[in-house]
Design a protein around this ligand. Structure first.
Ligand SMILES: NC(=O)c1ccc[n+]([C@@H]2O[C@H](COP(=O)([O-])OP(=O)(O)OC[C@H]3O[C@@H](n4cnc5c(N)ncnc54)[C@H](OP(=O)(O)O)[C@@H]3O)[C@@H](O)[C@H]2O)c1
Length: 249
């Protein structure tokens, strides 16, 4: 999967979130060492405790402010093979109600942080013939009402990932953007609560489904690169029970 030598190492931002956590589990299972990051130190320590001893380090940081410190922590390690940018923030509301604080935070966490972190760590990825994974969103491919700033941040991230892939072609580094639809995580739970909807995790993609797709891309031989993965909830078939009434054609 990566250059030979010691155990490969992955930096995962948003490691304690729904999608980040699923990826951490899969990467650890695949034998990678981990540098885990999020704002909450206690949540990171609790996550590290679930992994085999000695396999995970963690660095708490607010990506809206301290990206450089996280890059320094990663540069202090002997190698870096993979960056997974799973940290992200969401906001919804009408365009006319968008305040600059919200817009600034969305752009800082969803766009500036993954861009700057990748730039600072690119020499390590070059050395390892590594890979960078950007957790984007189907909102990076289309738009809907009331998600303007979030969709704008994800469109920007898509443009940056696609440009990076073009510019480093031939370096041996693979760049993957993942575009999930609604996924059963704390972020989705908050989105449903804000809409006043009940939260049913079974109605959404499981975070581990996304992690499985990323692992499949990682496992490809070095002759190929998966550049984009779009993954959407399948939706449920109609309830066939008599109580559900006759099926309509
Ligand atoms: N869930 C969905 O339906 C969905 C759909 C499409 C795309 N996505 C994208 O997938 C990615 C992961 O989403 P998720 O659903 O797993 O979210 P989540 O469960 O809310 O997790 C977010 C993670 O990011 C960290 N984080 C948030 N703000 C941060 C900041 N300022 N600095 C550093 N870390 C920060 C959180 O930890 P702390 O709070 O401790 O910092 C947490 O680990 C995001 O980019 C999201 O936009 C999600």
């Amino acid at each position: 999967m990566f250059a030979a030598g010691e155990r490969p190492l992955a930096l995962v931002t948003g490691a304690t979130g729904g999608i980040g956590r699923a990826l951490v589990g899969r990467l650890a299972e695949a034998g990678m060492d981990l540098l885990l990051s999020a704002r909450s130190g206690p949540a990171l320590a609790a996550l590290a405790d679930t992994l085999p001893p000695g396999r995970a380090r963690h660095h708490a940081c607010d990506l809206a402010r301290d990206v450089g410190l996280l890059a320094d922590a990663a540069l202090a390690l002997p190698r870096l093979d993979l960056i997974v940018h799973a940290a992200g923030v969401h906001d919804s509301g009408p365009w006319e109600a968008t305040d600059d604080g919200t817009l600034r935070t969305l752009l800082a966490v969803n766009v500036e942080a993954p861009t700057l972190l990748t730039r600072l760590l690119l020499p390590r990825l070059r050395a390892a013939q590594g890979m960078v994974v950007f957790l984007n969103s189907t909102r990076g491919l289309d738009v809907a009402e009331h998600v303007g700033p979030y969709a704008a941040s994800k469109h920007a991230l898509r443009a940056l990932a696609d440009t990076l892939r073009l510019e480093i072609q031939g370096s041996g580094i693979r760049v993957l953007s993942v575009y999930p639809g609604s996924t059963a995580t704390p972020m989705q739970q908050a989105i449903q609560a804000a809409k006043g909807h009940a939260y049913d995790p079974d109605a959404f993609i499981r975070p581990d489904d996304i992690a499985a797709m990323v692992m499949a891309a990682l496992a490809l031989p070095r002759t190929a690169e998966v550049s984009d993965i779009t993954i959407r909830p399948l939706g449920r078939p109609p309830d066939p029970s008599p109580a559900a009434g006759p099926a309509t054609a």
